[in-house]
Design a protein around this ligand. Sequence first.
Ligand code: UN1
Length: 510
Amino acid sequence: MSQDFLTSLGLSGHTSGAFDGTWIQTSGAPLASDNPATGAVLGTVHDASKADYEKVMGAAHDAWLRWREVPAPVRGEYVRRIGEKLRERKDELGRIVSAECGKILQEGLGEIQECIDIADFAVGLSRQLYGLTIASERPMHHMRETWHPIGTVGIITAFNFPAAVWAWNSMLSLVCGNAHVWKPSRKTPLTAVAMTKVCAEVLEEDGFGALLGLIVGTDDEIGTTMLDDRRLPLISATGSVRMGKIVGQRVGARLGRSLLELGGNNALTVLEDADLDLAVRAIVFGAVGTAGQRCTTTRRVLVQRSIYDELLQRLVKAYGSVTIGDPLADGVLMGPLIDEGSVQAFEKAIVEAQSQGARLMCGGARHEASGDCAGGHFVQPTILATDGPIPMTQEETFAPILYVMPVDDVEDAIRIQNDVPQGLSSAIFTMNVRHAERFLSAVGSDCGIANVNIGTSGAEIGGAFGGEKDTGGGRESGSDSWKAYMRRQTSTVNWGTALPLAQGIKFGDD
Ligand code: UN1
């Protein structure tokens, strides 16, 4: 595999793991970033210490004090130029994403496109941070609502979207007037270093580099320090439900805000009137794409009984043509899992599901790759058929395991779909407008995302992204998600000569 992109992004050899406007010489333990497809070391990042964290946090805060005074549309102009840089470096950045987290190049490039899209969205938003004006009940009074920058935002991200989820947060938050301290996954530190380098170039010219603080470190040393740090009024965290509960409770204990985007257990319903060609394609992309390591991955397919056998057969056939291998190679549809632990979790889940009555329809084992990829963490995309929900279908296993079960009708599908702890994404395939509208109604899907004739994954940036229940309740990316990164101020101005009190209260005088 050509390593040119590593050289051109300055990632060969040893790299600093902390940025406070300049790259700090971090002296913690070396953290090797492995290519999950080959096991080869891509580069090494040195972990940051608490002292390094203090530098990053302090510099971010100081930069914020100046940044909040820059008019929002001018902040948007910086983000516009960041979007340009990302366009220029899209190919190299897409390659580091693929090489480090194992998603195929098309998806690596798609991830950088998602960063460009959110930058563009943020530019437009920089002229639309609208507040309301509100009619006052008092004469010669005026009420208004203003949105101000919240401060420095802590951003904690997962390995599976090592660039885009940071960009969702940071691009919006930059135009909102904030600084950031980013703690990326320790499984994908090089992508974080590369993204920070490319984006900070624009800000560094005017001494604002520290707005994009970066800190690679352990949860114990750096993660908990961030959660307890009152200089971070908002912690935006993406990851497992287990992690999210720690973040929510710990940040809540100091009455900070958290924005959580946690696990999914996404179901896709196929009714008997569906366009099955569309459904099969959507299921394969949703379940096999990113090797099942998206929070939006399709994990359960709920099929109306009359078409159950047919759909199952078509899925098994489609799975047979999924090419597995080096994610950077042409024609490959599925790369490796992120590490050996994930392979073991995959194997364990399949054994467990089978002990609960699930029947293995295809896959079920490691995939033995050859050549450079012999050391990779590959598995076979797997389909398990069940007669209905089992304990394992309540859980999210971050791997390409798909459970397919029969349902009676749309009501049955909605009930089974919603009867899990998570509530991120959902989809229905039907040509019947009544069924589709029921699915989208108040008695339908309880998820943050509910799609019709589109799969569960691959959302555009323009909508709000996130989900309910164990998914954490946060909303990121499009729509009015920007409000999470600002503080709201309600102001009442009296331009008259009297001091009337609200609610008609008379206090002391007439
Ligand atoms: C994630 O897996 O954490 O909708 C994010 C999608 C992507 C984002 C996934 N746009 O699948």
